[in-house]
Ligand binder design. Structure first.
Ligand code: IPM
Ligand code: MG
Length: 358
């Protein structure tokens, strides 16, 4: 497997380092064959070399079997990076160019973290769901977009929510196939009571279900209700299939169940599974970057997703996920998941804790 490592900005390099130690364990002990290349990109690269995305790095991105991604800085407070450069280095450009439309954001409650969650244990116990967010269409990419000046001199901002039948269909098929490997239940989330494009989403998902996946249970839910159900009874969800914007919002809401974004991994996959982008959900976290305190478990659990989806090693993936749960059960806590009065450890020590369990 040709693996491209893009640590990027902020806490990206720190958490990626721990993820790589874990990958190395699988290379040495389980015969995982990897051809690893490292490249710099992002705001830090812009500061040093005047470009957020060197052309050579972009070429590597397009030819990699899988990418392990840290974070890209979004805070350009001084506003010094030219818009053109920012576009070149943007995550959205990468998602779109790789056509990784299926974004998986699993949320599994580790029993040991019941105290770190803002929710009561009776709500969080046994939560095991995955948000399947369509990632390359919808509001993020729809045209027309922009800010325009109207004939009367006032301005308006415009973005467009747009989905073709084919874009909905491939996301739906991915969701149903995923459900077959899990508990066989899909909740498709839209705003069909208000949006024509939402009613269209529902219609296409329903048709594909009836024609191809009658063995899977399908329910439809309006997005506002879904936001509420995610906090009232998150255990009721298995696969949550939704569009790009709703998926962005609902995945943060679902992440709150665990109590820290630092715990959440993600995988973004193409149709044939031959392109894949793995990244922790948390982002660059500039406030704690460089201090060695960031939680590497989002990045480490992204390695588990890589083992499952790019390397076709479900047993190794499960082995890693179990090792993370045991490390937590043994008391390993970074600051973001430490309960009141609990001692916390740093990024590298959390990596050690997982390796010890492996
Ligand atoms: C995410 C993030 C990104 C998104 C941002 C950083 C563009 O919030 O991956 O959820 O909105 O997709
Ligand atoms: Mg988001």
């Amino acid at each position: 497997m040709k693996l491209l490592v893009l640590p990027g900005d902020g806490v990206g390099p720190e958490v990626t380092e721990q993820a790589l130690r874990v990958l190395d364990w699988f290379a040495r002990h389980r015969g995982l064959a990897l051809d690893i290349t490292h490249r710099h990109f992002g705001l830090e690269n812009w500061r040093r070399h005047g470009t957020m995305m060197p052309d050579e790095t972009w070429a590597r991105i397009l030819e990699a079997d899988a990418i392990l991604f840290g974070a890209v800085g979004s805070l350009d407070q001084a506003g010094v990076v030219p818009p053109e450069e920012r576009r070149k280095g943007s995550l959205l450009r990468m998602r779109r160019a790789l056509d990784v439309f299926a974004n998986l954001r699993p949320v599994r409650m580790p029993p040991a973290l019941a105290e770190a969650s803002p929710y009561k244990p009776r709500i969080t116990e046994g939560v095991d769901l995955v948000i399947l967010r369509e990632l390359t269409a919808g509001m993020y990419f729809g045209e027309p977009r922009g800010v325009e000046t109207l004939p009367d001199g006032t301005r308006r901002g415009v973005n467009t929510h747009s989905y073709t039948e084919a874009e909905i269909a491939r996301a739906a098929r991915f969701g149903f196939r995923l459900a077959r490997q899990r508990r066989g239940h899909v909740t498709s989330v839209d705003k069909a009571n208000v949006m024509e494009a939402g009613a269209f989403w529902r219609q296409i998902v329903t048709a594909i279900h009836a024609a191809e996946f009658p063995d899977v249970t399908l329910e439809h839910m309006l997005v506002d209700n879904c936001a509420m159900q995610l906090s009232r009874n998150p255990r009721r969800f298995d696969v949550v299939l939704t569009d790009n914007l709703f998926g962005d919002i609902l995945s943060d809401a679902a992440g709150a169940i665990i109590g820290s974004l630092g715990m959440l991994p993600s995988a973004s996959l193409s149709e044939d599974g031959r392109r894949a982008l793995y990244e922790p959900v948390h982002g660059s976290a500039p406030d704690i970057a460089g201090q060695g305190v960031a939680n590497p478990l989002g990045a480490i659990l992204s390695v588990a997703l890589l083992l499952r989806h790019s390397a076709a090693r479900p047993q190794d993936a499960a082995h890693l996920e179990a090792a993370v749960e045991r490390a937590l059960a043994a008391g390993a806590r970074t600051a973001d998941i430490a309960g009141p009065g609990e001692a916390s450890i740093g990024t590298a020590a959390m990596g050690d804790a997982v390796l010890a369990q492996l």
